[in-house]
Design a protein around this ligand. Structure first.
Ligand code: HEM
Length: 515
């Protein structure tokens, strides 16, 4: 396009048009028509969101390869989106999850969206006349919201990682070097190995890990590469993500092909979903794909959050000491005893962690605030308005977590500083609309109570049982060199807490504490 035409278009699009139509979508200016902000978006979407909000704090639209993305930039807009679930819908993205992540066969996918009126018959009572897809979501919510069902999962998970965090049973995949007095471990592996295996055993029973003992490593390979699938890269480039995903779906399909009696110990959801979807006409492979997406959400976010929480704590020995004082009564009452059964562990930790450990909780929420880099995504099902701006049907709306979590108005001074005491000083901060650590509205995380309990207990066990030194790059212990503090990767898409940049990790020297 000749330069004068380009200039004329830009003046029209970003100077004249907004004045003529002040209530239509207002765009962050760009230079290449159609492509718009595609390059900065793929380079670092979070940076682009901040730029957009700075340009136009009340309303801003991005243009990504012909597609408009309206950013929710204020708390009022988030509230409207969370409330108007039919207008700002998530269903379109469930289809993307079924297609790209779960790889549900195109032939069977329509079965997921059938209503009872269209022939879907659930094996459960269905008074709300839900579709098959929504029934699956309800079954998961029931699993994590019904106290008895949540409890079964938590009892077993807590017992699992309490065992795994003992000096003599630390996973060999976490331990990089060892002497009678010290062990040198990778913090990322420590969190992954203990948390993922405990959760997987508790959710699926022990059979799944028997079929694939290396599941946690494959899951973490998927996790670090999953952006390739999210960005829909061509199959050759997406292979580092699709290979681990396909392996995990294979293992789940193998698991489900066994009679239920041969895979005991799972939570109810695992069989309820399978039985319902099978009856609806889906294949074992389709269901394995859908369950893979749950497995991925189940294990990755708690692991990442525990990693970041411990990493930040290791920067501040004073806070570690204060937290040890907070958890001491519970630990002395027996919580740290690896022989304690899951039910007792649950009872003891539930009480102490929720009511007596305000600093531990504060660091948990600050970690969530500080590391959340994902976005909630919706699509408008009809023409509507948001804060007075007209939004056409079929427009994508994004609620970027980081943009809101860094709001000075919501969270007080210096939001870009990690403040261990922020949520202790003001406990109401977790109720702010801008606090998107567990999403909100339709995609409010159903595993949030379980996830919080597990991460708090995991961190408490580690801090109580071990003296920990994070080794810097100039330190070497047992031949293992330390690493710098990991940087948060703000650019790669995530569901919640971001990953460390370039495979970042912390190398820890553990010594058993004498308590
Ligand atoms: C502390 C750990 C966790 C964190 C930080 C976390 C974070 C999140 C976030 C930010 C979302 C919203 C994404 C969006 O808005 O699109 C979400 C949704 C979701 N999370 Fe979690 N999550 C955690 C633990 C879990 C666990 C243990 C499960 C168990 C399966 C789980 C399952 C889900 C599911 C299924 C959704 C989709 C919404 C729904 O529940 O239907 N999460 N999570």
């Amino acid at each position: 396009m000749p330069l004068f035409l380009l200039l004329a278009w830009r003046i029209w699009a970003f100077t004249i048009r907004p004045r003529l139509y002040p209530h239509r979508l207002q765009y962050l200016p760009y230079w290449i028509p159609y492509l718009g902000h595609v390059i900065p978006f793929f380079r670092n979407s979070n940076r682009l969101y901040f730029q957009a909000k700075k340009f136009s704090p009340q309303h801003c639209t991005l243009r990504i390869a012909g597609q408009d993305i309206v950013l929710a930039t204020t708390a009022a807009q988030i509230s409207t989106i969370d409330k108007e679930r039919r207008i700002f819908s998530f269903e379109d993205f469930m289809n993307l999850v079924y297609d790209d992540m779960a790889k549900v066969s195109p032939k069977n996918k329509p079965l997921l969206w059938r209503t009872p009126a269209q022939g879907y018959v659930s094996i459960f009572p269905n008074p709300k006349q839900l579709t098959c897809a929504h029934t699956g979501v309800e079954l998961l919510h029931k699993q994590f919201h019904r106290p008895d069902m949540l409890r079964q999962f938590l009892d077993s998970s807590l017992a699992g990682f309490s065992q795994a965090l003992q000096w003599n049973t630390l996973y060999t995949t976490s331990v990089l070097g060892s002497s009678p007095e010290h062990k040198v471990v990778s913090l990322r592996s420590l969190c992954r190995d203990a948390i993922v295996d405990a959760q997987v055993d508790s959710f699926f029973g022990t059979r799944l890990l028997e079929l694939e003992p290396n599941l946690r490593v494959i899951l973490s390979d998927w996790d670090t590469q999953s952006w390739r699938v999210i960005y829909q890269l061509p199959s050759a480039l997406a292979k580092p993500a699709t290979q681990p995903r396909d392996r995990l779906v294979d293992v789940l399909a193998q698991y489900y092909s066994l009679p239920a009696i041969n895979r005991p110990g799972s939570v109810a959801f695992v069989n309820e979903l399978y039985d319902d979807y099978k009856q609806a006409g889906l294949s074992t492979r389709d269901i394995a794909g859908i369950v893979f997406t749950i497995l991925s959400g189940l294990s990755i976010n708690p692991t990442m959050l525990a990693f970041w929480m411990l990493a930040h704590l290791l920067n501040n020995p004073t806070v570690i000491d204060q937290i040890r004082e907070e958890i001491a009564p519970a630990m002395r009452a027996g919580v740290s005893n690896p022989e304690l059964n899951g039910a007792s562990l649950y009872e003891l930790t539930k009480h102490w962690l929720s009511s007596q450990c305000s600093l531990l909780n504060s660091v948990f929420y600050e970690t969530l605030r500080y590391t959340s880099t994902g976005s909630s995504i919706r699509k408008t099902t009809q023409a509507t308005t948001l804060d007075g701006y007209g939004i056409p049907k079929g427009t994508i709306i994004a609620i970027p977590q980081r943009l809101h979590m860094m709001s000075e108005e919501a969270f007080g001074l210096n939001p870009s500083t990690f403040d261990y005491y922020r949520f202790q000083r003001d406990k109401s901060l977790t109720h702010k609309t801008e606090f998107r650590g567990f999403g909100g509205g339709t995609t409010l995380c159903s595993g949030r109570t379980a996830g919080r309990h597990m991460v708090l207990a995991f961190v408490a066990f580690v801090l109580w049982r071990y003296d920990i030194e994070a080794l810097g790059p100039s330190q070497k212990v047992l031949g293992i060199r330390g690493k710098p503090f990991p940087q948060l990767d703000e650019a790669t898409p995530s569901l919640g807490p971001g990953r460390p940049l370039d495979g970042g990790d912390l190398i820890l020297k553990l010594t058993q504490r004498k308590v």
